[in-house]
Design a protein around this ligand. Structure first.
Ligand code: AMP
Length: 440
Protein backbone atom coordinates (compact mmCIF):
# COMPACT_ATOMS: atom_id res chain seq x y z
CA UNK A 1 0.00 0.00 0.00
CA UNK A 2 1.53 3.30 -0.97
CA UNK A 3 1.97 6.30 1.28
CA UNK A 4 -1.14 8.25 2.13
CA UNK A 5 -1.46 11.91 3.03
CA UNK A 6 -2.04 10.84 6.64
CA UNK A 7 1.46 9.30 6.74
CA UNK A 8 3.21 12.48 5.69
CA UNK A 9 3.12 14.39 9.01
CA UNK A 10 1.02 17.22 7.65
CA UNK A 11 -1.07 19.21 10.12
CA UNK A 12 -4.68 18.19 10.75
CA UNK A 13 -5.97 21.42 9.23
CA UNK A 14 -4.10 20.76 5.99
CA UNK A 15 -5.20 17.12 5.82
CA UNK A 16 -8.79 18.22 6.23
CA UNK A 17 -8.44 20.85 3.46
CA UNK A 18 -6.99 18.33 1.00
CA UNK A 19 -9.77 15.89 1.83
CA UNK A 20 -12.24 18.64 0.98
CA UNK A 21 -10.33 19.30 -2.24
CA UNK A 22 -10.99 15.68 -3.15
CA UNK A 23 -7.37 14.54 -3.23
CA UNK A 24 -7.19 10.86 -2.32
CA UNK A 25 -3.50 10.01 -2.55
CA UNK A 26 -0.36 12.09 -2.74
CA UNK A 27 1.35 12.28 -6.11
CA UNK A 28 4.96 11.11 -6.50
CA UNK A 29 6.44 14.57 -6.10
CA UNK A 30 4.30 15.11 -3.00
CA UNK A 31 5.40 11.80 -1.47
CA UNK A 32 9.02 12.75 -2.02
CA UNK A 33 8.96 16.44 -1.19
CA UNK A 34 6.52 16.86 1.71
CA UNK A 35 8.44 14.95 4.44
CA UNK A 36 11.74 16.59 3.45
CA UNK A 37 10.31 20.08 3.46
CA UNK A 38 8.73 19.40 6.86
CA UNK A 39 12.18 18.26 8.06
CA UNK A 40 13.61 21.62 7.03
CA UNK A 41 15.77 20.37 4.15
CA UNK A 42 16.55 22.39 1.05
CA UNK A 43 14.94 20.78 -1.95
CA UNK A 44 15.55 20.55 -5.67
CA UNK A 45 12.38 19.37 -7.39
CA UNK A 46 12.47 18.55 -11.07
CA UNK A 47 8.81 18.38 -11.90
CA UNK A 48 6.49 19.74 -14.54
CA UNK A 49 3.12 21.26 -13.89
CA UNK A 50 0.45 18.60 -13.76
CA UNK A 51 2.51 16.52 -11.32
CA UNK A 52 1.02 18.16 -8.22
CA UNK A 53 4.17 20.15 -7.53
CA UNK A 54 2.39 23.26 -6.21
CA UNK A 55 0.79 21.27 -3.39
CA UNK A 56 4.11 19.51 -2.80
CA UNK A 57 5.55 22.75 -1.43
CA UNK A 58 2.39 24.56 -0.28
CA UNK A 59 1.09 21.77 1.96
CA UNK A 60 4.24 21.45 4.10
CA UNK A 61 4.76 25.21 4.07
CA UNK A 62 1.25 25.80 5.41
CA UNK A 63 1.66 22.98 7.95
CA UNK A 64 4.90 24.46 9.24
CA UNK A 65 3.77 28.06 9.37
CA UNK A 66 0.40 27.34 10.93
CA UNK A 67 1.92 25.12 13.64
CA UNK A 68 3.93 27.99 15.07
CA UNK A 69 2.01 31.03 14.07
CA UNK A 70 3.47 33.91 15.97
CA UNK A 71 2.01 37.33 15.24
CA UNK A 72 4.78 38.03 12.78
CA UNK A 73 5.09 41.48 11.31
CA UNK A 74 7.07 40.25 8.39
CA UNK A 75 6.32 37.47 5.92
CA UNK A 76 7.67 34.08 6.91
CA UNK A 77 7.22 32.42 3.56
CA UNK A 78 8.00 33.69 0.07
CA UNK A 79 7.10 32.04 -3.21
CA UNK A 80 8.74 33.43 -6.30
CA UNK A 81 7.43 32.59 -9.74
CA UNK A 82 8.02 33.98 -13.22
CA UNK A 83 4.56 35.08 -14.36
CA UNK A 84 1.60 36.92 -12.94
CA UNK A 85 -0.80 34.18 -13.97
CA UNK A 86 1.18 31.55 -12.14
CA UNK A 87 1.33 33.76 -9.04
CA UNK A 88 -2.46 34.12 -9.05
CA UNK A 89 -2.87 30.41 -9.50
CA UNK A 90 -0.52 29.63 -6.59
CA UNK A 91 -2.46 32.10 -4.47
CA UNK A 92 -5.71 30.31 -5.28
CA UNK A 93 -4.18 26.97 -4.30
CA UNK A 94 -2.82 28.55 -1.10
CA UNK A 95 -6.31 29.68 -0.13
CA UNK A 96 -7.73 26.21 -0.71
CA UNK A 97 -5.07 24.43 1.33
CA UNK A 98 -4.90 27.00 4.14
CA UNK A 99 -8.63 27.50 4.57
CA UNK A 100 -8.66 25.90 8.03
CA UNK A 101 -5.80 28.06 9.29
CA UNK A 102 -5.43 31.73 10.05
CA UNK A 103 -2.61 32.14 7.57
CA UNK A 104 -2.86 34.92 5.03
CA UNK A 105 -1.17 35.40 1.69
CA UNK A 106 -0.48 38.35 -0.54
CA UNK A 107 0.24 38.33 -4.26
CA UNK A 108 2.69 40.97 -5.45
CA UNK A 109 2.76 41.13 -9.22
CA UNK A 110 3.32 43.74 -11.87
CA UNK A 111 0.26 45.38 -13.38
CA UNK A 112 -1.43 45.98 -10.01
CA UNK A 113 -1.32 49.26 -8.12
CA UNK A 114 1.67 49.89 -5.85
CA UNK A 115 -0.47 51.81 -3.37
CA UNK A 116 -2.92 48.92 -2.90
CA UNK A 117 -0.06 46.50 -2.57
CA UNK A 118 1.62 48.70 0.05
CA UNK A 119 -1.57 48.77 2.10
CA UNK A 120 -1.78 44.99 1.90
CA UNK A 121 1.87 44.60 2.93
CA UNK A 122 1.14 46.72 6.00
CA UNK A 123 -1.38 44.07 7.11
CA UNK A 124 1.53 41.62 7.59
CA UNK A 125 0.65 38.65 5.40
CA UNK A 126 2.25 35.35 6.39
CA UNK A 127 3.20 34.33 2.88
CA UNK A 128 4.03 36.43 -0.14
CA UNK A 129 3.63 35.09 -3.65
CA UNK A 130 5.43 37.32 -6.09
CA UNK A 131 7.17 37.87 -9.35
CA UNK A 132 10.77 38.94 -8.66
CA UNK A 133 10.68 42.43 -10.18
CA UNK A 134 7.68 43.72 -8.27
CA UNK A 135 8.89 42.17 -5.01
CA UNK A 136 12.23 43.95 -5.34
CA UNK A 137 10.48 47.24 -6.10
CA UNK A 138 8.72 47.05 -2.73
CA UNK A 139 11.90 45.98 -0.93
CA UNK A 140 13.98 48.75 -2.43
CA UNK A 141 11.36 51.35 -1.45
CA UNK A 142 11.67 50.06 2.11
CA UNK A 143 8.03 48.92 2.17
CA UNK A 144 8.84 45.26 2.68
CA UNK A 145 11.40 43.53 4.87
CA UNK A 146 12.36 39.92 4.31
CA UNK A 147 14.61 39.47 7.32
CA UNK A 148 12.18 36.95 8.89
CA UNK A 149 11.46 35.09 5.69
CA UNK A 150 12.97 31.72 6.40
CA UNK A 151 11.17 29.69 3.73
CA UNK A 152 11.69 30.48 0.07
CA UNK A 153 10.17 28.61 -2.85
CA UNK A 154 11.44 29.35 -6.34
CA UNK A 155 8.93 27.91 -8.79
CA UNK A 156 9.58 27.37 -12.51
CA UNK A 157 13.33 27.91 -12.13
CA UNK A 158 14.03 27.28 -15.82
CA UNK A 159 11.49 29.87 -16.85
CA UNK A 160 13.02 32.33 -14.38
CA UNK A 161 16.33 31.75 -16.11
CA UNK A 162 14.84 32.25 -19.59
CA UNK A 163 13.14 35.45 -18.52
CA UNK A 164 16.33 36.90 -17.06
CA UNK A 165 15.15 36.86 -13.43
CA UNK A 166 18.23 35.22 -11.92
CA UNK A 167 20.00 38.52 -11.00
CA UNK A 168 16.79 39.66 -9.24
CA UNK A 169 16.56 36.35 -7.39
CA UNK A 170 20.14 36.72 -6.21
CA UNK A 171 19.33 40.19 -4.89
CA UNK A 172 16.30 38.79 -3.07
CA UNK A 173 18.43 36.02 -1.52
CA UNK A 174 20.65 38.71 -0.02
CA UNK A 175 17.63 40.14 1.78
CA UNK A 176 16.69 36.84 3.44
CA UNK A 177 18.11 35.67 6.78
CA UNK A 178 21.28 33.56 6.61
CA UNK A 179 19.46 30.49 7.95
CA UNK A 180 16.72 29.77 5.52
CA UNK A 181 15.20 26.87 3.69
CA UNK A 182 15.06 27.04 -0.09
CA UNK A 183 12.97 24.87 -2.38
CA UNK A 184 13.74 25.17 -6.06
CA UNK A 185 11.35 23.65 -8.58
CA UNK A 186 11.95 23.43 -12.29
CA UNK A 187 10.54 21.39 -15.17
CA UNK A 188 13.96 21.10 -16.78
CA UNK A 189 17.47 21.54 -15.46
CA UNK A 190 19.63 23.45 -17.93
CA UNK A 191 23.30 23.53 -16.88
CA UNK A 192 23.15 27.23 -15.97
CA UNK A 193 20.35 26.54 -13.52
CA UNK A 194 22.19 23.56 -12.09
CA UNK A 195 25.10 25.86 -11.31
CA UNK A 196 22.80 28.32 -9.57
CA UNK A 197 21.15 25.48 -7.64
CA UNK A 198 24.58 24.44 -6.39
CA UNK A 199 25.29 27.98 -5.25
CA UNK A 200 22.06 28.61 -3.39
CA UNK A 201 20.92 25.24 -2.02
CA UNK A 202 22.59 23.61 0.98
CA UNK A 203 22.74 19.78 0.81
CA UNK A 204 19.42 19.68 -1.03
CA UNK A 205 17.21 16.64 -1.29
CA UNK A 206 16.74 16.04 -4.98
CA UNK A 207 13.55 14.68 -6.40
CA UNK A 208 12.87 14.15 -10.09
CA UNK A 209 9.46 12.96 -11.17
CA UNK A 210 9.79 13.15 -14.92
CA UNK A 211 12.96 12.56 -16.89
CA UNK A 212 14.39 15.79 -18.24
CA UNK A 213 12.74 16.90 -21.47
CA UNK A 214 10.25 14.07 -21.38
CA UNK A 215 6.74 14.47 -22.68
CA UNK A 216 3.65 12.78 -21.40
CA UNK A 217 2.72 9.55 -23.14
CA UNK A 218 -0.90 10.61 -22.98
CA UNK A 219 -0.25 13.19 -25.70
CA UNK A 220 -0.77 12.20 -29.30
CA UNK A 221 1.85 14.31 -31.05
CA UNK A 222 1.71 15.18 -34.75
CA UNK A 223 3.76 17.40 -37.02
CA UNK A 224 2.08 18.92 -40.06
CA UNK A 225 4.79 19.82 -42.54
CA UNK A 226 3.58 22.23 -45.20
CA UNK A 227 5.41 22.64 -48.47
CA UNK A 228 7.58 25.77 -48.30
CA UNK A 229 6.06 29.13 -49.27
CA UNK A 230 7.76 32.53 -49.49
CA UNK A 231 8.20 33.98 -45.98
CA UNK A 232 5.68 36.78 -46.56
CA UNK A 233 2.99 34.16 -47.08
CA UNK A 234 3.74 31.89 -44.15
CA UNK A 235 1.31 33.50 -41.71
CA UNK A 236 -1.74 33.13 -43.91
CA UNK A 237 -0.76 29.68 -45.05
CA UNK A 238 -0.44 28.42 -41.50
CA UNK A 239 -3.56 30.35 -40.48
CA UNK A 240 -5.52 28.60 -43.20
CA UNK A 241 -4.20 25.24 -42.15
CA UNK A 242 -4.98 25.85 -38.48
CA UNK A 243 -8.49 27.02 -39.32
CA UNK A 244 -9.09 23.77 -41.19
CA UNK A 245 -7.85 21.71 -38.30
CA UNK A 246 -10.00 23.54 -35.75
CA UNK A 247 -13.08 23.17 -37.93
CA UNK A 248 -12.57 19.50 -38.53
CA UNK A 249 -10.77 17.78 -35.67
CA UNK A 250 -13.32 15.32 -34.36
CA UNK A 251 -12.21 15.18 -30.74
CA UNK A 252 -11.54 18.90 -30.35
CA UNK A 253 -13.17 20.37 -27.24
CA UNK A 254 -10.92 23.31 -26.58
CA UNK A 255 -7.45 24.37 -27.58
CA UNK A 256 -4.48 26.54 -26.94
CA UNK A 257 -2.50 27.72 -29.96
CA UNK A 258 1.00 29.00 -29.32
CA UNK A 259 2.67 31.67 -31.43
CA UNK A 260 6.17 33.01 -30.86
CA UNK A 261 5.32 36.66 -31.39
CA UNK A 262 2.71 38.73 -29.57
CA UNK A 263 1.86 40.41 -32.86
CA UNK A 264 1.06 37.05 -34.41
CA UNK A 265 -1.07 36.09 -31.40
CA UNK A 266 -3.23 39.14 -32.08
CA UNK A 267 -3.32 38.64 -35.83
CA UNK A 268 -4.17 34.98 -35.59
CA UNK A 269 -6.89 35.65 -33.03
CA UNK A 270 -8.48 38.15 -35.39
CA UNK A 271 -8.04 35.90 -38.40
CA UNK A 272 -9.84 33.02 -36.67
CA UNK A 273 -12.54 35.34 -35.33
CA UNK A 274 -13.15 36.57 -38.85
CA UNK A 275 -13.77 32.96 -39.82
CA UNK A 276 -16.29 32.44 -37.04
CA UNK A 277 -14.00 30.70 -34.56
CA UNK A 278 -14.51 32.36 -31.20
CA UNK A 279 -11.23 32.78 -29.43
CA UNK A 280 -9.29 35.09 -27.20
CA UNK A 281 -5.69 36.24 -27.32
CA UNK A 282 -3.38 35.99 -24.30
CA UNK A 283 0.03 37.62 -24.29
CA UNK A 284 2.24 39.83 -22.20
CA UNK A 285 1.30 43.13 -23.86
CA UNK A 286 -2.27 42.94 -22.63
CA UNK A 287 -3.17 44.67 -19.42
CA UNK A 288 -3.30 42.46 -16.35
CA UNK A 289 -7.06 42.93 -16.08
CA UNK A 290 -7.57 41.70 -19.63
CA UNK A 291 -5.20 38.78 -19.09
CA UNK A 292 -7.14 37.73 -16.00
CA UNK A 293 -10.45 38.02 -17.84
CA UNK A 294 -9.16 36.01 -20.79
CA UNK A 295 -7.86 33.28 -18.55
CA UNK A 296 -11.03 32.98 -16.51
CA UNK A 297 -13.17 32.95 -19.65
CA UNK A 298 -11.07 30.05 -20.91
CA UNK A 299 -11.09 28.28 -17.56
CA UNK A 300 -14.86 28.47 -17.18
CA UNK A 301 -15.39 27.23 -20.74
CA UNK A 302 -16.95 30.39 -22.19
CA UNK A 303 -14.03 30.64 -24.57
CA UNK A 304 -13.05 27.42 -26.28
CA UNK A 305 -9.91 28.58 -28.03
CA UNK A 306 -6.99 30.50 -26.66
CA UNK A 307 -4.30 31.99 -28.87
CA UNK A 308 -1.29 32.59 -26.71
CA UNK A 309 2.33 33.50 -26.46
CA UNK A 310 4.56 31.48 -24.16
CA UNK A 311 3.07 33.37 -21.24
CA UNK A 312 0.64 30.43 -21.13
CA UNK A 313 3.10 27.65 -21.90
CA UNK A 314 4.27 26.98 -18.38
CA UNK A 315 2.91 26.72 -14.96
CA UNK A 316 -0.71 27.45 -15.66
CA UNK A 317 -2.97 24.67 -14.55
CA UNK A 318 -5.66 24.65 -17.18
CA UNK A 319 -7.40 21.31 -16.82
CA UNK A 320 -8.73 19.35 -19.76
CA UNK A 321 -7.31 21.07 -22.79
CA UNK A 322 -8.02 18.62 -25.58
CA UNK A 323 -5.67 20.15 -28.17
CA UNK A 324 -2.50 22.18 -28.27
CA UNK A 325 -1.41 23.71 -31.57
CA UNK A 326 2.02 25.09 -32.25
CA UNK A 327 1.55 27.80 -34.83
CA UNK A 328 5.32 28.33 -34.68
CA UNK A 329 8.10 26.09 -33.54
CA UNK A 330 9.21 27.54 -30.21
CA UNK A 331 12.39 29.60 -30.22
CA UNK A 332 13.63 27.73 -27.15
CA UNK A 333 13.09 24.17 -28.18
CA UNK A 334 12.54 23.13 -24.57
CA UNK A 335 9.35 25.18 -24.68
CA UNK A 336 7.95 22.46 -26.95
CA UNK A 337 7.69 20.24 -23.89
CA UNK A 338 6.02 22.97 -21.84
CA UNK A 339 3.59 23.94 -24.56
CA UNK A 340 2.32 20.47 -25.34
CA UNK A 341 2.23 19.74 -21.62
CA UNK A 342 -0.93 21.90 -21.48
CA UNK A 343 -2.77 18.84 -22.78
CA UNK A 344 -2.77 15.18 -21.75
CA UNK A 345 -2.78 16.13 -18.08
CA UNK A 346 -3.78 14.18 -15.02
CA UNK A 347 -4.35 10.93 -16.89
CA UNK A 348 -6.41 12.47 -19.71
CA UNK A 349 -5.38 12.06 -23.33
CA UNK A 350 -4.67 15.04 -25.50
CA UNK A 351 -3.43 15.92 -28.93
CA UNK A 352 -0.64 18.28 -29.92
CA UNK A 353 -0.28 19.37 -33.54
CA UNK A 354 2.71 21.39 -34.64
CA UNK A 355 2.35 23.28 -37.90
CA UNK A 356 5.56 24.11 -39.72
CA UNK A 357 7.18 24.31 -43.12
CA UNK A 358 9.40 21.69 -44.69
CA UNK A 359 12.41 23.97 -44.36
CA UNK A 360 12.04 23.71 -40.58
CA UNK A 361 12.59 19.96 -40.54
CA UNK A 362 16.07 20.22 -38.99
CA UNK A 363 14.47 21.90 -35.95
CA UNK A 364 11.97 19.08 -35.69
CA UNK A 365 14.89 16.66 -35.52
CA UNK A 366 16.31 18.67 -32.63
CA UNK A 367 12.99 18.48 -30.80
CA UNK A 368 12.88 14.74 -31.38
CA UNK A 369 16.39 14.44 -29.94
CA UNK A 370 15.31 16.48 -26.94
CA UNK A 371 12.24 14.40 -26.18
CA UNK A 372 13.97 11.17 -27.26
CA UNK A 373 10.99 10.27 -29.33
CA UNK A 374 10.02 10.30 -33.02
CA UNK A 375 6.97 12.39 -33.82
CA UNK A 376 4.47 11.29 -36.42
CA UNK A 377 4.62 13.59 -39.47
CA UNK A 378 2.29 14.41 -42.31
CA UNK A 379 3.33 16.41 -45.35
CA UNK A 380 0.93 18.86 -46.95
CA UNK A 381 1.26 20.38 -50.40
CA UNK A 382 0.58 24.07 -51.07
CA UNK A 383 -2.99 23.40 -52.12
CA UNK A 384 -3.39 21.65 -48.77
CA UNK A 385 -3.39 18.23 -50.35
CA UNK A 386 -1.15 15.76 -48.60
CA UNK A 387 1.97 14.19 -49.91
CA UNK A 388 0.87 10.64 -49.39
CA UNK A 389 3.40 9.60 -46.81
CA UNK A 390 4.33 9.43 -43.21
CA UNK A 391 7.86 9.77 -41.95
CA UNK A 392 7.26 7.09 -39.39
CA UNK A 393 8.74 4.61 -41.84
CA UNK A 394 9.28 1.92 -39.24
CA UNK A 395 5.60 1.94 -38.56
CA UNK A 396 3.83 2.36 -41.89
CA UNK A 397 0.60 0.84 -40.65
CA UNK A 398 0.23 3.91 -38.47
CA UNK A 399 -0.82 5.82 -41.58
CA UNK A 400 -4.56 6.10 -41.27
CA UNK A 401 -6.91 6.74 -44.22
CA UNK A 402 -7.41 10.27 -42.90
CA UNK A 403 -3.76 10.96 -43.64
CA UNK A 404 -4.37 10.66 -47.33
CA UNK A 405 -6.88 13.50 -47.38
CA UNK A 406 -6.60 17.11 -46.51
CA UNK A 407 -8.86 18.62 -43.90
CA UNK A 408 -10.58 20.57 -46.66
CA UNK A 409 -11.07 17.48 -48.77
CA UNK A 410 -12.56 15.56 -45.91
CA UNK A 411 -14.72 18.43 -44.74
CA UNK A 412 -16.01 20.61 -47.52
CA UNK A 413 -17.25 23.28 -45.11
CA UNK A 414 -13.88 24.94 -44.89
CA UNK A 415 -13.17 24.93 -48.60
CA UNK A 416 -15.00 28.18 -49.34
CA UNK A 417 -12.56 30.55 -47.70
CA UNK A 418 -10.93 32.08 -50.74
CA UNK A 419 -8.95 34.99 -49.37
CA UNK A 420 -6.82 33.35 -46.80
CA UNK A 421 -6.25 30.18 -48.72
CA UNK A 422 -4.47 32.16 -51.35
CA UNK A 423 -0.94 33.23 -50.74
CA UNK A 424 -1.76 36.90 -50.35
CA UNK A 425 -0.50 39.55 -47.98
CA UNK A 426 -2.26 40.03 -44.69
CA UNK A 427 -5.46 42.06 -45.17
CA UNK A 428 -5.68 45.50 -43.61
CA UNK A 429 -8.53 44.72 -41.23
CA UNK A 430 -6.33 42.24 -39.41
CA UNK A 431 -3.73 44.89 -38.83
CA UNK A 432 -5.93 47.36 -36.94
CA UNK A 433 -4.56 47.91 -33.45
CA UNK A 434 -6.30 46.06 -30.64
CA UNK A 435 -8.14 48.19 -28.07
CA UNK A 436 -6.80 45.88 -25.42
CA UNK A 437 -3.12 46.67 -25.74
CA UNK A 438 -1.47 48.36 -22.77
CA UNK A 439 -0.99 52.01 -23.45
CA UNK A 440 2.74 52.50 -23.66
P1 AMP B 1 0.32 21.29 -10.36
O1 AMP B 1 1.31 20.25 -10.86
O2 AMP B 1 0.74 21.86 -9.08
O3 AMP B 1 0.08 22.33 -11.44
O4 AMP B 1 -1.08 20.56 -10.07
C1 AMP B 1 -1.86 20.03 -11.08
C2 AMP B 1 -3.29 19.74 -10.62
O5 AMP B 1 -3.30 18.58 -9.79
C3 AMP B 1 -3.96 20.84 -9.80
O6 AMP B 1 -5.23 21.07 -10.38
C4 AMP B 1 -4.13 20.27 -8.42
O7 AMP B 1 -5.32 20.71 -7.84
C5 AMP B 1 -4.16 18.79 -8.69
N1 AMP B 1 -3.59 17.98 -7.60
C6 AMP B 1 -2.49 18.24 -6.87
N2 AMP B 1 -2.24 17.25 -6.00
C7 AMP B 1 -3.21 16.33 -6.17
C8 AMP B 1 -3.50 15.07 -5.56
N3 AMP B 1 -2.72 14.55 -4.62
N4 AMP B 1 -4.59 14.40 -5.98
C9 AMP B 1 -5.38 14.92 -6.96
N5 AMP B 1 -5.16 16.09 -7.59
C10 AMP B 1 -4.09 16.79 -7.19
Amino acid sequence: MSTEFADLNLSESVISAINDAGYRDPTDVQRGAIPRILDGLDLLGIAQTGTGKTASYLLPLISKLSNNRSRALMPRGLILCPTRELALQISEAFKIYSKNTKLTDLTLIGGNSYKDQEKAIAKSPDVIIATPGRLLDHCSKGKLLLSQTKCLVIDEGDRMLDMGFIPDIKKILNLLPAHRQIMLFSATMPSELELIARQILVNPFKIEVTPQGSTSHDIDQKIHLIENVPRKDTFLKKGSHLHSIIENEMSLKNSITFCNRKKDVELLARLLNSKGIDNLALHGDLTQTVRNKVLSSFLNGNTKHLIASDVASRGLDIPEVSHVFNFDLPVNLEDYVHRIGRTGRAGKTGKAITICFEREEPLIKKIENLIKQKIDKRHFLLNNSPKNQTTDKKNPQKESPANTQTYEETHKSSADKPWFQTNSHIPDFLLNPSPYFKSK
